[in-house]
Ligand binder design. Structure first.
Ligand code: BDR
Ligand code: CA
Length: 311
């Protein structure tokens, strides 16, 4: 099988960690490297957490540091959901001998795209600061990539504010720049990611499997669950696994091409992804494939098997 080259850009992060496990374990994918961005937690945590996940998986994917701050806004993190350390306050060791790469995220992404012209799928599961910075520095990068799959935005309501989804709220300027970069864009927003959840029983089963990866998947989510269960959520959303799964298994998803613009100047709607999906008024462009539906059972079955395969 010809494996698909991918690059992960993450604000690691509890569900980012699970997405990394999926990116590693899906046999269709060939993970080339990982870059880290501030978002759920500060850059330093995201960077070392990614090494910690390498340790958990027994892998040594190269990890590159990216942005410490959003392009134009002060950083807002999500410690209330992802814990002070970004991993739901679960302690994992940094693996011995973790290699520190000095090359910044944007240079590493570009170098990888040059190695796989037209083939590399860039997958972003945090604010789009690193991706936007790479696109500014390397204007040919959007055309060099096969595509960019993001977790971010929402055609409906938000989760960080009534209007905005967290990743786009943290760096709306980056999201808006990326929207109009010309890259082939797949947007996995809350519309689909809220359907992609583990039930409480399914997480219990993972934890009872006796595997470290299964244990961690439950443990890192327990802090968030105390908050999210109060809002009537049916389970633990694996937001960031959606764009990864989409690359390997697009047949599990449904969506539509749409015009999408990110609000950067508003106050109540700051960071809102405005789409023309449900409006008679259309933007004069269709710049993103907005994913709206997933076959949850198949999605969860594949994700569970991948986590368990890590051991
Ligand atoms: C997104 O926000 C973050 O907290 C998650 O990691 C995910 O990327 C969901 O809105
Ligand atoms: Ca994330």
């Amino acid at each position: 099988m010809n494996r698909i080259p991918i690059w992960m850009d993450c604000d690691t992060g509890t569900d980012d960690s699970v997405a990394l496990m999926l990116a590693h374990a899906l046999p269709e994918l060939d993970l080339q490297g990982i870059s880290t961005v501030c978002g759920n937690t500060i850059q330093d945590n995201a960077f070392w957490n990614t090494h910690r996940i390498n340790g958990l998986m027994g892998t040594s994917y190269p990890v590159y540091r990216g942005a410490e701050q959003p392009l134009m806004k002060p950083l807002v993190t999500a410690a209330h959901v992802h814990g002070e350390n970004g991993l739901g306050d679960v302690e994992l060791p940094v693996p011995e001998g973790a290699v520190i790469h000095e090359e910044p995220a944007w240079d590493a992404i570009y170098a990888c795209a040059k190695r796989f012209p037209g083939e590399l799928r860039l997958i972003a599961t945090g604010p789009l600061t690193n991706v936007a910075t790479a696109f500014i520095k390397y204007p040919d990068l959007p055309g060099l990539l096969h595509s960019l799959s993001v977790m971010g935005g929402s055609a409906g309501p938000g989760n960080d504010t009534p209007a905005a989804e967290f990743n786009f709220f943290v760096d709306p300027h980056a999201a808006e720049l990326v929207m109009h970069s010309g890259v082939k864009l797949v947007m996995c927003g809350l519309d689909v990611t809220l359907q992609a959840y583990f039930s409480v029983e399914q997480l219990d089963e993972l934890a009872a499997s006796g595997t470290r990866a299964g244990w961690f998947t439950k443990a890192c989510n327990m802090r968030a669950w105390k908050i999210l269960s109060r809002f009537g959520m049916p389970g633990f959303c694996m937001h960031d696994s959606c764009p990864v799964m989409y690359v390997a298994h697009p047949e599990l998803f449904e969506g539509e091409m749409a015009g999408v613009v990110v609000e950067t100047r508003g106050t109540v709607a700051n960071g809102k992804s405005v789409t023309d999906l449900y409006s008679d008024k259309q933007f004069p462009f269709k710049n993103a494939f907005v994913v709206l539906k997933v076959d949850r059972e198949k999605f969860i079955a594949i994700l569970r098997d991948c986590i368990l395969s890590i051991g």
